[in-house]
Design a protein around this ligand. Structure first.
Ligand code: GDP
Ligand code: MN
Length: 406
């Protein structure tokens, strides 16, 4: 789960990570009032969305008067901000963060995440801050320093000295860095984060290290332990379909293609998407309906897949291990019937009661397309998605209605 910069900065404050003074606002008048309460001659107005690269997209603006603060807030609030980290639709700006402007002497990059290879938390730092860290890593990897922390020993002063040396910090700033890294480390463990990123971490003209930006991701699987963090969730920033899927305990991720995939098990879902790609198609989504799925879940899954109208064919690939194939078939039939489906649905079933399941699909008269195996299923789905629905001869819809196992 992601949270907004203003929420992350509040957590930073609680964990000895220095941040500039700021106030969140959801109207231009409030933004103006916020600036009035922040003693400064310049302010920064920042669009609050769950994505970075706002600066380049016009979502971070410096203001030198209260009127300007109001004007920037007015221009941002109620719009959707598109950055190179969002999709083309962007994300809604429902709040702005008004902050006292900082005078920047140096910009650094500092983050803390999990290094799965070494099973350690790892600090990543760079003197090339404020920029896209992926670009720094690709073009000038020598500018990035990595420091791993042993879980039994915990964060030590030498870890901080290593980072400080790489950033060429002065003695005073070195002490400040230690407080910031210690805060990050404790926050990470206390709240089950998966990533904390400060980009940029700045040194101000008067020598203070301050987190100018704040990004925190949390481990979804640990959210039940942290109601305070779960309470920070902002559904307006989430993909509507992904949020709906969560309610039904479905693992759904929107992708760009036109073949809707309904699969049980994450591994099988990945394999199905690979197979679709291999056959020259593009999956519209990743969807894992879970090992122990049922009729209602299958129905909800169909609704999700079909809700945006870009899907031209559906590929159902179910292995009936925990759940029997006839139960799945009943779910598919119920969904297809209820939703008056007009696009082709290719079904590959395998496992317990497979013949029963296939017979049900065959006898339904709903024009479902059974496939003998995943290879054929992907091929059929890709072919049928390409055919214009109006000109499709009905015979291609039923290439192997016998439904016999190979
Ligand atoms: P992002 O673009 O979404 O990562 O938003 P950031 O919070 O990182 O802001 C983008 C850039 O705006 C920063 O890298 C800074 O260069 C600039 N910026 C943000 N706040 C201030 C500020 O208080 N003073 C100055 N001079 N620049 C700022
Ligand atoms: Mn940033």
């Amino acid at each position: 789960m992601n949270i907004h910069e203003y929420q992350a900065k509040q957590l930073f404050r609680d964990y000895t990570i220095a941040v500039p003074q700021g106030i969140v606002a959801d109207s231009p008048a409030q933004a103006r009032l916020a600036a009035e309460q922040l003693p400064s001659s310049a302010w920064v107005v920042k669009a609050q969305i769950h994505a970075g690269a706002r600066g380049k997209a016009g979502g971070v603006k410096v203001a030198r008067s209260l009127d300007e603060v109001g004007a920037h807030a007015k221009a941002m609030l109620g719009t959707r901000l598109v950055t190179h980290q969002t999709d083309a639709a962007g994300l809604p700006v429902n709040a702005v963060w008004v902050e006292e402007a900082s005078a920047i002497k140096n910009e650094f990059y500092l983050s803390l995440l999990i290094d799965r290879d070494s099973e350690r938390l790892i600090f990543i730092a760079s003197a090339a801050g404020g920029m896209d860290i992926e670009a720094v890593a690709a073009e000038t990897p020598e500018k990035i320093v990595r420091v791993k922390v042993h879980p039994a020993a915990g964060l030590q002063a030498y870890h901080c000295r290593q980072i400080g040396a790489a950033l060429q910090l002065g003695k005073e700033q070195q002490g400040q860095l230690q407080a910031i890294m210690s805060g990050m480390y404790h926050l990470f463990l206390a709240k089950d984060c998966s990533q904390i990123e400060i980009n940029p971490l700045i040194e101000t003209e008067d020598g203070h290290l301050v987190a100018l930006d704040a990004k925190i991701n949390f481990d979804d699987n640990a959210l039940a332990l942290h109601p305070d963090i779960a309470g920070l969730r902002d559904p307006s920033q989430e993909d509507a379909k992904e949020a709906e899927a969560k309610q039904f305990d479905l693992n759904y991720i929107t992708l760009g293609g036109n073949i809707g995939c309904m699969v049980n098990g994450a591994g099988l879902a990945m394999a199905t998407m690979d197979m679709v790609k291999l056959k020259g198609g593009a999956p519209a989504n990743f969807l894992d309906v879970g090992g122990g799925t049922n009729k209602d879940k299958v129905k909800e899954a169909f609704k999700l897949i079909l809700s945006d109208g870009t899907v031209k064919a559906v590929l159902v690939n179910i292995f009936g291990g925990i759940v029997k194939c006839d139960v799945i078939a009943a779910g598919i039939l119920a969904a297809v019937e209820e939703m008056h489906l007009t696009i082709p649905v290719v079904v590959r079933l395998e496992g317990t009661n497979v013949q029963q399941g296939l017979d049900m699909l065959k006898n339904s008269g709903l024009g479902l397309v059974p496939a003998a195996d995943l290879n054929q299923a992907a091929e059929l789905a890709v072919t049928l998605a390409e055919v214009d629905a109006g000109s499709r001869p009905s015979s291609t819809l039923t290439p192997s209605m016998e439904g016999d196992r190979p």
